[in-house]
Design a protein around this ligand. Structure first.
Ligand SMILES: Nc1ncnc2c1ncn2[C@@H]1O[C@H](COP(=O)(O)OP(=O)(O)OP(=O)(O)O)[C@@H](O)[C@H]1O
Ligand SMILES: [Mg+2]
Length: 611
């Protein structure tokens, strides 16, 4: 028989003590059980406080088996007769999914276990779950926990995640546009950096909205402040840029594979005889991240075009030269071709991007909005690769989280889309990063378009509202069977609400993220600007809009001439040179020039570095 072991003050025991309240109104009885699910017979709520919200979809109930209380989640209710009696008791059938069991520990504290050891018998009594049992269901059992919101079912109970497991085993936030993904992520990150001071975060931010969410904890890097020399790019990344994201001509790529190592040798040994082969004893390949000059690549191309034996290849050389020229002269690519970074101070740039030392700002918002899409691909690939290599070589000292907003862009399910090296670099983090302290956070509104292997590596998922059937199906297949019916709520969840499941939570939970002050929402600054200028629509400066399309700024006063669109960047000014030959040099290097003292390294000292 039903044994109430509750402490004083618990709803159920009060209900039982209340003689005016017959048990039949607040209790249900098991009439069917199939191992994963059970059906209860009960009576519909009569409007009294005790029965309010008792049998509703999404509620947890407890089935009392004496020592053990089986916890179930209501996923469907109906009247067996499909009828309603106005004055009198209305019998209802309640379908619940069994999610685990609670038993009292030695100290009387309830303990939850996901497995079911004893199944409910027919006639077992079910009732509203006690608050303490509900807390036990979501208890993280000593793991370092962060409160990120409240349970949807009971706002008094905090929704807590185990931060170490959430990060270490990667996480994903999915949901249709506008449900609060970016806000949820910024909330998570805000709490994560407070709890884990060793954590560094790199946000690949395609809409440039995250810097407002962390005004005191982040730095911004955008096209104007980025300085990522082309020689850090691997051949395939460089090819993506040179061919503007289109299919590359394999013969030209082969030539480049041959030319780049030569240029690297020329950089190291400008006067000495360079072996005219792509590989020599030094083992430098097209992918080795050592500096070289584009001017040397062009020089070798010109030399080869003049040779008799390359007569047949001449058109290939010519088209490759044109490609390189146009990329080098394109103002949108200045961040890579105008760079004057040499190997000896590249660590400052890398240190700045990955926040080592972090100087109180462990988050980097890498704003990709101004970059052409083929450059976004290559830059993301370089960054993801560097993140992994840094974490790997730091022997676990550096903990890096790479957060990909709109992740379906870099890791699309359709392998013909997207950029293979970016996908490889990110999936390498997804597959092996955990072992070296490199973590992945994935945010997407289209889980159906995201590479399924990446999603399957994300052990904690926050699924927000998803309207699309395919997307829902993807998430349903990612979740363990026993909590699958929770996902039937996916299409009907409110803003800020999410179903959290996986390693980072004790049990699949439907929760609501904490409210964030409007000033701290991602993209808050942009929204404010737009609101302020809403009455001044005629004042839009179309000239400056057009200029920003050209990716160049308006010419300044003659005293500080700036390059205008189409002005070639001096191709001879390359990695390793400390003073620009052309005073109207690229803009982006200016700020960083002042920030850090640059040492001049001639090729002699470089040679010594290698020898
Ligand atoms: N936790 C929250 N606290 C306060 N407001 C929120 C919260 N979450 C969402 N909002 C509101 O919802 C709006 C949209 O949120 P957000 O930009 O995070 O959505 P999103 O899912 O990232 O959208 P998109 O897919 O377009 O990027 C916010 O501007 C804010 O007004
Ligand atoms: Mg967003």
């Amino acid at each position: 028989m039903f044994v109430e072991r509750a402490q004083i003050g618990e709803a159920t025991s009060q209900e039982r003590r209340d003689n005016a309240q017959p048990d039949s109104r607040v209790l249900g009885r098991v009439i069917q059980c199939d191992g994963a699910r059970a059906t209860l017979a009960a009576y519909a709520a009569d409007g009294s406080a005790a029965t309010k919200g008792l049998w509703t979809v999404g509620r947890m109930v407890s089935i009392n088996l004496g020592d053990i209380r089986t916890v179930g989640l209501v996923y469907r209710i109906e009247t067996p007769t499909m009828d309603w009696i106005e004055d009198g008791l209305n019998p209802i059938t309640v379908h619940v999914e069994l999610i685990g069991e609670v038993r009292d520990g030695e100290d009387g504290k309830p303990l939850f276990d996901r497995g079911i050891t004893a199944y409910p018998h027919i006639g077992a009594i079910s009732h509203r779950i006690r608050a303490r049992d509900l807390e036990a269901v979501y208890d993280l059992a000593g793991r370092r926990a962060l409160t990120i919101g409240q349970l949807s079912q009971d706002h008094k109970i905090e929704a807590r995640i185990a931060i170490d497991d959430t990060l270490n085993r990667h996480f994903a936030v999915v949901g249709t546009t506008g449900v609060g993904k970016s806000t949820a992520v910024s909330l998570l990150l805000r709490k994560a950096i407070a709890a884990r001071p060793d954590l560094r975060v790199l946000i690949l931010d395609p809409h440039s909205e995250f810097s407002t969410a962390f005004p005191d904890h982040s730095i911004r890097i955008n096209t104007h402040t980025l300085d990522l020399p082309f020689w850090l790019f691997r051949l395939e990344e460089l090819v993506e840029v040179l061919f503007r994201g289109r299919d590359a001509v394999p013969e030209e790529v082969d030539l480049l594979r041959d030319l780049v190592p030569l240029a690297k040798q020329l950089y190291r040994n400008p006067t000495g005889a360079v072996m005219r082969r792509s590989t020599d004893a030094s083992g430098i390949t097209a992918d080795t991240p050592v500096p070289y000059r584009i001017a040397d690549v062009l020089k070798v191309i010109d030399e080869r075009m003049g040779m008799l034996d390359t007569k047949n290849d001449r058109p290939l050389y010519r088209s490759l030269r044109t490609r390189i020229d146009s990329a080098v002269n394109d103002p949108r690519y200045r961040f890579m071709f105008g760079s004057r970074l040499i190997e000896d101070n590249i660590h400052e740039t890398i240190g700045k991007i990955f926040r080592v030392p972090h100087e109180g700002r462990p988050i980097t918002c890498f704003e990709l909005a101004g970059l052409p899409s083929e450059v976004v691909n290559s830059v993301c690939s370089v960054l993801a690769r560097l993140a992994f290599d840094l974490a790997l070589n730091s022997h676990g000292k550096l903990k890096l989280l790479v957060l990909c907003e709109e992740a379906h862009r870099y890791m699309p399910a359709d392998h013909r889309l997207g950029f293979a090296p970016t996908r490889h670099a990110l999936s390498r983090i997804a597959k092996e990063g955990r072992k070296y302290g490199c973590y992945l956070g994935v945010v997407t509104q289209r889980p159906g378009e995201l590479d399924p292997t990446v999603l399957s590596q994300c052990s904690t998922v926050f699924a927000m509202r998803l309207a699309n059937d395919i997307d829902q199906e993807i998430i349903r297949s990612a979740i363990a069977d026993s909590s699958a019916s929770t996902l039937s709520f996916l299409s009907s969840m409110g803003q800020r609400e999410a179903i959290a499941f996986g390693e980072g939570v004790a049990t699949t939970m439907r929760m609501k993220f904490e409210y964030m002050a409007p000033a701290l929402l991602p993209g808050a600054a942009k929204r404010n600007e737009a609101d302020e200028s809403i009455d001044e629509i005629d004042d839009v400066d179309i000239a400056s809009l057009v200029e920003s399309l050209r990716s160049v700024t308006r010419p300044l006063a003659p005293s500080s001439p700036q390059p205008s669109f189409g002005t070639p960047v001096d191709p001879t000014r390359q990695a390793g040179e400390s003073t620009p030959r052309n005073p109207s040099g690229p803009l982006f290097g200016a700020a960083s020039d002042q920030e850090r003292p640059r040492r001049r390294f001639d090729d002699e000292s470089f040679r010594r570095l290698y020898e």
